[in-house]
Design a protein around this ligand. Structure first.
Ligand code: BJW
Length: 221
């Protein structure tokens, strides 16, 4: 049995119609990242931040998983492999594809749009509608300066993996950008699948360039 860790980023959802972050038409267009994706931005203007995430939560109803999400879900459901899908994405497109294939859900290291977190207690609950600004709830999103989720589990999987795939992520944001080094240290074969080479492309043993809906199913199946 091979042990596979798969890291995904915004590029895997791009062809579903979810904009990437660092493209010129990216999600933060019109918003400084500090204003909407930091705890300080939320403290300064909670209404702006809730509105930003409420809009993105509503957009999820208009998008569907694509061929890349479905190919990964089929791989994750295959008992011949031990697969951990770690996504930086806060959309639920992997989750829908995994449910359809009967695979274990992915880990959302940067949180989930469809969850809310109590500001005082830290309790997390499913949340599919707008979060009203008067509630003591924040989006369950990991902002800059906050600790990503499930790091212990991810590090254990990286330390034990034979194959590491990085799909549709620019390699700008840590700790995810460092996963390839951890996997190499564990002796894994490392492969990048991306539209354009990431910042850390030279660390990968193999690079496959192209749109995720083509290169991911081709590589996996
Ligand atoms: C396609 C495609 C197609 C397009 N097919 N591909 C200095 C040095 C090092 C680190 C730091 C530093 N200063 C600060 C830090 C830490 C900071 C950080 O990394 N900053 C950098 C900007 C330098 N990181 C943090 O603060 C993190 N926390 C942390 O470090 O805690 C401390 C700690 C952790 C662990 C151990 C010990 C200590 C938290 C980071 C939180 C990131 N959150 C965000 C926003 C969430 C809110 C929201 O969604 O609004 O998460 S940032 C944003 O970037 C989002 C994404 O998940 C993340 C990654 O972006 P991604 O997915 O790579 O997207 P893009 O747009 O960048 O790239 C798209 C890619 O797709 C491109 O490559 C295209 O080619 C490709 N593509 N179309 C295939 N069709």
């Amino acid at each position: 049995m091979s042990r596979i860790v798969i890291l995904t980023g915004a590029g895997i959802s791009a062809e579903s119609g979810v904009p990437t972050f660092r493209a010129s038409d990216g999600l933060w267009c019109g918003h400084r990242v500090e204003a909407v994706a930091t705890p300080e931005g939320f403290a300064a203007n909670p209404a702006l931040v809730q509105d930003f995430y409420n809009q993105r939560r509503r957009q999820l109803a208009e998008v569907q998983p694509n061929a890349a999400h479905h190919a990964l879900a089929r791989l994750a459901a295959d008992p011949a492999h031990e697969v951990l899908v770690v996504t930086q994405n806060v959309d639920d497109l992997h989750d829908r594809a995994h449910r359809a294939a009967g695979a274990t859900p992915p880990l959302h290291m940067h949180g989930e749009l469809l969850k809310a977190r109590h500001i005082v207690t830290g309790a997390v609950q499913d949340w599919h509608s707008d979060i009203p600004v008067e509630l003591d709830l924040r989006p369950h999103i990991v902002w800059f300066g906050e600790m990503p989720l499930e790091m212990d589990r991810i590090e254990r999987a990286l330390d034990a993996c034979d194959l590491f795939l990085s799909i549709g992520t620019s390699g700008n944001v840590y700790p995810a950008a460092g996963f390839v080094s951890a996997a190499k240290h564990a002796g894994a074969h490392t492969v990048e699948l991306n539209l354009e080479p990431s910042l850390g492309h030279s660390l990968f043993d193999k690079k496959i360039l192209g749109p995720a809906t083509q290169v991911v199913p081709d590589y996996i199946e």
